[in-house]
Design a binder for this molecule. Sequence first.
Ligand code: MRU
Length: 367
Amino acid sequence: MRSPLGERFLCQGLGICMRTIWWEDNFVRMIDQRLLPGRLEVPAYNNYQDVAWTIKEMVIRGAPAIGAAAGFGMVLAARQSQATTRAALLADLERAGDVLRAARPTAVNLSWGVERLLRRAQDPALETPDAIRVAMLAEAQALADEDVEVNKRMGRNGAAVIPDGARILHHCNTGSLATVDYGTALGVVRAAHEEGKRVHVWVDETRPRLQGARLTAWELMQDEIPMTLIADNAAGLLMRTGQVDVVLYGADRVAANGDVANKVGSYNVAVLAQENGIPCYSVVPTSTIDLNLPTGDDIPIEQRPAEEVTMVGGVRIAPEHVAVYNPAFDVTPHRYLTGIITEEGIVYPPFREGLRRVKETAEARRR
Ligand code: MRU
């Protein structure tokens, strides 16, 4: 069993270290991100239906983190199955994969995680259900471990474009909590900080779920990285008055042409950045690149419940029965991006060829 102890985050403030998600004593454990920063709870789950629920309800969230949850969810599905033949187990796993995949539609990492585990299970060298179960746990562990390693490489690659003294505007939460550990765009911030560069982060609060105010602010404060929380609507003023040097955010899916889907509001800051001559980067592991989709118009955009907009912290702020439109993500057309930072290097426009190259390099490395 792998130790749940990660390397850093939470160490300073709370005297403990952990990843966002890990396997422990036949359960998958994860930090309940709905409760942060007020309470730190790490519930444990022993069936894949509950894991699908945690993804849908955003107990766990962030594209790479839900990819890891899909991996462990598939392990649970294999253990829940009563199948005594290889074929019957594979059929049960297909059904479980469909349930996990349906939990949230936008982040491609979710189906990527399911498919990686299915491929492992289908290996003809695994002749018995028990052999498949053992191999699947090792695969889900490897997926989680690789996520941390990939994020660190991505962070180092991205740190190259962060000047000393940079004032960085960041949207949503892309840190340890959005991944297994370390983060994507916040991983770049961490890497620059670890290299000794002075950085300051403008943290978009990120309405309606407030991932910036609740999670990014909390993580940066744990790591003592200078930051200031802003209302999303303050980003324009900061950029127009020369107080932002670079904009960073993650992505839940990158189409083959470089259009990126990320937390709603990302498009706004990218347009503002271009208008004000500020570089804007999306930071993604290659698992987030979906070469099957030609453009961002093909990316499914999740619609979330009205209560996320009408309620804040359990308090109603809008009239009863008001009509609400609540897309969780938007698409930034690739022309607004200066570059896409990955673990295999930074891709610059035109994106199509570069995205294919980094994807192939990452797949070759994994083989
Ligand atoms: O709805 P969420 O909180 O899961 O959205 C997360 C984001 O939009 C992140 O920016 C994205 O997953 C990339 S960062 C790992």
